[in-house]
Design a protein. Structure first.
Lengths: 252, 305
């Protein structure tokens, strides 16, 4: 106790005695420290994180479906099995939501080839597979476009010559990459008709030079992530075995 | 037992005498000096685990558990330390998708963050999602230019907070980015965005004249610099248009600066602007040295960056 009193007394003495001294800022030193493995992890923090992490890992790795083969975005010229799977999943999973809100149907889906972020490996498929295919938080939006803008989409696809994932269309190019046939839902594109095109918010904002979305009549935000659409599709299927088809091809 | 107690007390006593005499000595013959350390992060984006060895850009970097060790070591060296975050705590890893920011806030509390400001991604689960996680944060949210009065966040943030460390009074105020165009209105609801420059002028007046702060820090999520957009406010423009701010800790633009930027404020005095990239890869450390020696302070403040 005596020591405590002495300590308090000293403190009062030192601090009150010096209070008149005005302190001035004389020097500033700034640097940045990179967090590297040489620092070592705080074991208490690591132990705290572990149960949170374990639950995620377990959930991410629980098997949802089985992939019949290994599919990559490089297998196929203008359409790929993996891209077709993703575009068709966006259609089948988001159309019921869109229809219940608007009474209308989605006519077509357009995603981008660069948005397929990993391969789909043969074997068990889990939520982690969906995080690999779509690590970004992009959400599905439906844009109302006139036939004229849908023509722009077809032109974009014919000039881009990339296997952008599409659903609901049939686009055939001749050997010089001119459009031979361009259809939505099996019908020719009508200039003044309104088409409901599902895409993601990144492409809607002009990503991958998709400038045609901005001239839209209206935008429907579904609050539904692409990744979650894939997960929901995985849960509905036992076996995933998409194929390359004739939705976007070139006649050689 | 008794014997050990005695020895411990005796040792403590000796140490205290030594300390006491040092204190007296410094009072009578030496001038008082103080060192305040400001540690900061920004745009951690739910990066709780370190990047793996296979990561293309940030292999083996980051990680909250390592940051905890680093912060502990710095606090041991200088207890007069503040740890601050400039927003976008949320969104970027499954931790956010699964727990909605709970673990981010809990870990920041364990690391004893002193304050944070709010970034646009902190509204990613809407303002209700942010509000729902507040019980997990044992640190205050500081924002002066978001008017939350018609929202659920009303009264849950402060425009500024003052800290006293080693006799030095430090005022920290927060600034958020304009949400319209960046975040859907349905997410931020009735949050009103107020002009950052006007808000800063009011804040610095309060912190300087009413609160008598020795050090003023702005915790900003405005972004470092928009070169091609002269009308969009950023940290560099803010520094040049205001006064009495010693340090702007920035975020949003994920800017990796080699060193803090020195900007002349409206009074021609130096303001430091710093930002440390993103994802908890770096920790910013700014040391402020105070001295009562008039001769030293007469030479102005030297900045070593």
């Amino acid at each position: 106790m005596r020591i405590t009193y002495l300590f308090i007394l000293l403190n009062i003495f030192v601090f009150s005695g010096c209070k008149d001294q005005k302190l001035h800022l004389t020097k500033i030193e700034g640097k940045q420290i990179t967090i590297t493995d040489s620092l070592g992890g705080n074991s208490e923090i690591e132990a705290y994180i572990k149960p949170f992490k374990d639950r995620i890992e377990k959930d991410l790795d629980s098997v949802l479906a089985y992939s019949a083969d290994t599919y990559t975005k490089k297998d196929g010229e203008y359409n790929t099995a993996i891209g077709n799977f993703m575009a068709d999943a966006v259609y089948s999973e988001s159309n019921p939501i869109f229809k219940s809100r608007t009474g209308k149907d989605i006519d077509m889906v357009l995603l981008n080839h660069g948005g397929i972020r990993s391969i789909l490996s043969k074997g068990n498929v889990s939520k982690r597979t969906a995080f690999g295919l779509m690590p970004f938080e992009n959400s599905i939006v439906v844009v109302a476009l006139k036939g004229e803008q849908v023509d722009s989409i077809m032109l974009y696809l014919s000039r881009g010559k990339r296997a952008h994932p599409v659903s609901g269309i049939k686009l055939t190019l001749d050997k010089d990459s001119n459009i031979l046939e361009a259809k939505v839902n099996g019908k020719n594109i009508e200039k003044d008709k309104t088409y409901y095109v599902a895409t993601n918010d990144y492409l809607y904002s002009g990503g991958d030079n998709m400038t045609f979305f901005k001239t839209n009549d209206s935008l429907y935000v579904l609050d539904y992530k692409i990744r979650n659409a894939l997960i929901d599709k995985f849960m509905k299927l036992d076996t995933i075995n998409p194929v390359i088809d004739d939705r976007f091809t070139q006649i050689k | 037992m008794k014997r050990r107690d005695f020895i411990q007390q005796a040792t403590a006593g000796t140490a205290l005498v030594t300390l006491g005499s040092m204190g007296l000595q410094s009072f009578t013959t030496l001038d008082k000096t103080s060192k305040i350390t400001i540690l900061h992060t920004n745009d951690v984006h739910s990066h709780i685990d370190a990047f793996g060895p296979e990561d293309g850009r940030n292999a083996n970097k980051g990680g909250v558990a390592r940051r905890a060790n680093l912060v502990d070591a710095i606090r041991k060296e200088n207890p007069n330390t503040l740890l601050l975050d400039a927003g976008d705590i949320f969104q970027g890893t499954p931790y956010f998708n699964y727990y909605g920011g709970e673990l981010e806030f809990k870990l920041m509390s364990k690391l004893k963050y002193d304050a944070a400001t709010i970034g646009n991604h902190d509204f990613d689960n809407s303002i209700d999602g942010l509000y729902a996680q507040l019980p997990h944060a044992e640190f205050p949210f500081i924002t002066a230019n978001y008017d939350f009065s018609n929202t659920i966040m009303d009264t849950h943030t402060k425009p500024y907070k003052t800290f006293i460390k080693d006799g030095i009074k430090i005022g920290v105020f927060g600034l958020g980015i304009e949400l319209t165009g960046l975040v859907d209105k349905s997410m931020f609801k009735e949050t009103k965005y107020l002009d950052p420059v006007e808000t800063s002028q009011e804040m610095t007046r309060i912190l300087k004249e009413d609160e008598h702060c020795d050090l003023i820090i702005c915790l900003s999520h405005l972004g470092y610099h928009y070169k091609n957009n002269p009308d969009k406010i950023d940290d560099l423009k803010l520094a040049g248009a205001t006064k009495d701010i010693d340090l702007i800790i920035g975020g949003h633009t994920h800017t990796f600066l080699k060193k803090p930027t020195v900007v002349k404020n409206i009074d021609g005095k130096n303001t430091l602007v710093n930002q440390v990239g993103c994802y908890g890869i770096n920790l910013g450390k700014i040391d402020f040295y105070f001295d009562s020696d008039k001769n030293k302070s007469a030479n102005g403040t030297s900045i070593i960056v």
